[in-house]
Design a protein around this ligand. Structure first.
Ligand code: ATP
Ligand code: F6P
Ligand code: MG
Length: 320
């Protein structure tokens, strides 16, 4: 029977991580399990930056963005010798299981620990929505709201000045933030790793929005890591009737108070993580499918091909 669990947040932070920390802590404490907060992700695990969490420690945080535990990226954690140091820190404190809130990279660390005898459960805390086994990750809905609010504002000023706003959004290699916000904002063009990027074709389409459709503005939402948006905006100015402006939304997308949807999702997922650990289960990650909270082996989750977004992309095309 598990007596003491640890919890850490790892990788890029995401709004709703605090709600998950709160849920895990409170559900565990109510089940008679002690909870230890591990600070700064796997770095804190390896260095022993670990403190007990009480019910009050996780009070007043459900509405707060970021993570009270701090997060970090520690590439060295791929090394089994470094993992061993983390395991020693847990054994010293008789912590026998762990909840890891993070993205796919963090899940790989959780899997490695599970394979060495520390049961870990992964919760999908990332704005990228790039964990295939779940319809939504914790933080995606909030980041999407942030993007939508920003793009709506850019549309106002773009319209006034007959401009094309090229808006770069995060997502790592996942185009969900771009596609969802493109639909929600009525963007003219969405570019993701899945759509591909043919510069001359995009410029031709922009000319058509200007000359044929007589649009006062054009919004191009583009996923990060595809092209240099400043250089592309200059080409828009040179080759179309719009004057181009690039906006990189950047880390503003990672902050802010989580939406109610993210708070509830995080609470439901946190509860599931504790229930799995209480049942002696590790090496799984929690997801939501068709509004049901599920658990999938981490290995399977990491191997799943990304779900096709063709239907949503087709919808976007029909709405333009
Ligand atoms: N193969 C691996 N084995 C062990 N640990 C890993 C592995 N890959 C990543 N990690 C650990 O997980 C941390 C977070 O991974 P990563 O930077 O990929 O972010 P993430 O969890 O995918 O979140 P996000 O992509 O949302 O920022 C890494 O810094 C490293 O400490
Ligand atoms: O905060 P950092 O380390 O610059 O990482 C940025 C990356 O993290 C994320 O915000 C979350 O994975 C990605 O969208 C982005 O590519
Ligand atoms: Mg990732």
């Amino acid at each position: 029977m598990v007596k003491r669990i640890g919890i850490l947040t790892s990788g890029g932070d995401a709004p709703g991580m605090n709600a998950a920390i709160r849920a895990v802590t409170r559900v565990a404490l109510k089940s008679g399990v002690e909870v230890y907060g591990i600070y700064d992700g796997y770095r804190g695990l390896v260095e022993g930056y670990i403190e007990p969490l009480t019910r009050n420690d996780v009070g007043d945080i459900i509405d707060r963005g970021g993570t009270i535990l701090g997060s970090a990226r520690l590439p060295e954690f791929k090394d089994p010798a470094v993992q061993e140091k983390g395991i020693m820190q847990l054994r010293k404190r008789e912590i026998d299981a762990l909840v890891v809130i993070g993205g796919d990279g963090s899940y790989r660390g959780a899997l490695a620990l599970t394979n060495q005898g520390i049961n870990c459960i992964g919760l999908p805390g990332t704005i990228d929505n790039d964990i295939t086994c779940t319809d939504s990750t914790i933080g995606f809905d909030t980041a999407l709201s942030t993007v939508v609010e920003a793009v709506d504002k850019l549309r106002d000023t773009s319209s006034s000045h007959h401009r094309c706003s090229v808006v770069e959004v995060m997502g790592n290699h996942c185009g969900d933030l771009a596609l969802w916000s493109g639909i929600a904002c009525g963007a003219e063009i969405v570019i993701t790793a899945q759509t591909g990027f043919e510069e001359t074709e995009v410029l031709e389409r922009l000319k058509e929005f200007d000359v044929v459709k007589k649009k006062r503005h054009a919004i191009v939402v583009i996923s990060e890591k595809i092209t240099d948006v400043d250089a592309f905006a200059k080409k828009v100015s040179l080759n179309t009737g719009f004057s181009g402006r690039a906006t990189v939304l950047g880390h503003v997308q990672r902050g802010g108070s989580p939406t109610p949807i993210d708070r509830v999702l995080a609470s439901r997922m946190g509860e599931k993580a504790v229930d799995l650990l209480l049942a002696g289960i590790g090496g799984q990650c929690v997801g939501i499918k068709d509004n049901q909270i599920i658990a999938v082996p981490i290995e399977e989750a990491l191997d799943m091909p990304r779900a096709s977004r063709k239907r949503l992309q087709d919808l976007f095309d029909r709405l333009v």
